[in-house]
Design a binder for this molecule. Structure first.
Ligand code: GLU
Length: 302
């Protein structure tokens, strides 16, 4: 990995537990990683891109773009443990945008960043932008800029298949609910009105395991994420299918880089209009049972 870091930035990487991974390598063919959907497409990179964006100029100088993503969300952002390749809907969105900024798939470095590290990682410029089930909200907008929404999910519950006692958020009184540190569904489920006991983890896979092992009764996060886990273990897990929040997904980036925000918004609109978005959706999220809803364009700009 050819990347120069300042000592301070390196310390932040260590402190956040950021996993840096090898460059590129996204050319996997369909079928080689079913847990992530296995779909991967290359988008044609634009030539001679000139945008007055400090982030883009840094990326152009280093010759690659660094994108923060998730690695443990099947069909959304998933890294195959053996091939190390990333796949899923968010990975496709990340690549579409990179192409319009002038970066081909082999000029992308994906970095796995968990939910609780997103704002710090973005504001320390450890990633150029972030695509990973990232809900746009006013609190986060104080720290990062957002392009989108490119998709709207809703918080839901993943439970053991044979547990019929949980029918929605109002049936959680006294139950043990696992969720992810730094995520919006965790904040929601902590509200006293639900009466749930909450447990936190950094990694989704830990919460899924807890539900399977009877150490938690439910995992709450976005329905789009939960459907991926249920699709992997249909014999053991089910999604309650009672969404109780709205989670509009955005691409996160440096709060002050308006030129980049505009360019990424334009790139999203371009790939929604030319059909790439729907094709990617059908081959990733669509496979785990999330229904396709065309995103509203034009996207908001600020
Ligand atoms: N969309 C929610 C959030 O941004 C939950 C999923 C996640 O943790 O990425 O907090």
């Amino acid at each position: 990995m050819k990347m120069r870091r300042t000592a301070a930035a390196g310390a932040v990487v260590l402190a956040l537990g950021v996993t840096a991974t090898a460059c590129g390598g996204e050319s996997g063919s369909a079928g080689d990683k079913p847990a992530g959907g296995g779909y991967s497409h290359d988008y044609t990179a634009a030539k001679n891109v000139k945008i007055d964006s400090a982030t883009l100029k840094r990326a152009q100088k280093r010759g690659k773009i660094i994108i923060g993503v998730k690695a443990d969300q099947p069909f959304l952002g998933y890294q195959d443990p053996s091939t190390k390749k990333y796949s899923g809907f968010d990975i496709e969105i990340a690549k579409m945008v990179a192409a319009d900024l002038g970066f081909s798939t082999d000029q992308i470095e994906f970095r796995t960043i968990n939910s609780n590290a997103r704002e710090t990682t973005i504001s320390h410029h450890l990633v150029d932008y972030y695509v990973g089930t990232y809900t746009i909200n006013n609190e986060r907008k104080k720290q990062v800029g957002f392009a989108g929404p490119y998709y709207t999910a809703g918080a839901d519950l993943l439970v053991r298949k044979d547990d019929k006692s949980i029918t929605g958020p109002n049936s959680l009184r006294g139950k043990n609910v696992c969720s992810i540190t730094g995520s919006t569904p965790l904040q929601e489920i902590k509200k006293p009105q639900y009466g749930a006991h909450t447990q936190e983890s950094d990694k989704y896979s830990d919460c899924v395991q807890k539900v399977l092992d009877n150490q938690a009764d439910a995992l709450t996060t976005d329905d789009a994420i939960l459907k991926g886990y249920a699709a992997q273990r249909p014999d053991k897990l089910r999604v309650v299918d009672h969404p109780f929040t709205k989670e509009p997904y955005g691409i996160g980036m440096d709060k002050n880089d308006k030129a980049l925000r505009d360019a990424i918004t334009t790139a999203l609109e371009h790939h929604i209009k030319n059909g790439d978005y729907q094709t990617a959706y059908t081959n990733t999220l669509g496979k785990s049972g999330s229904k396709y809803v065309a995103p509203q364009t034009p996207l908001p700009r600020y």
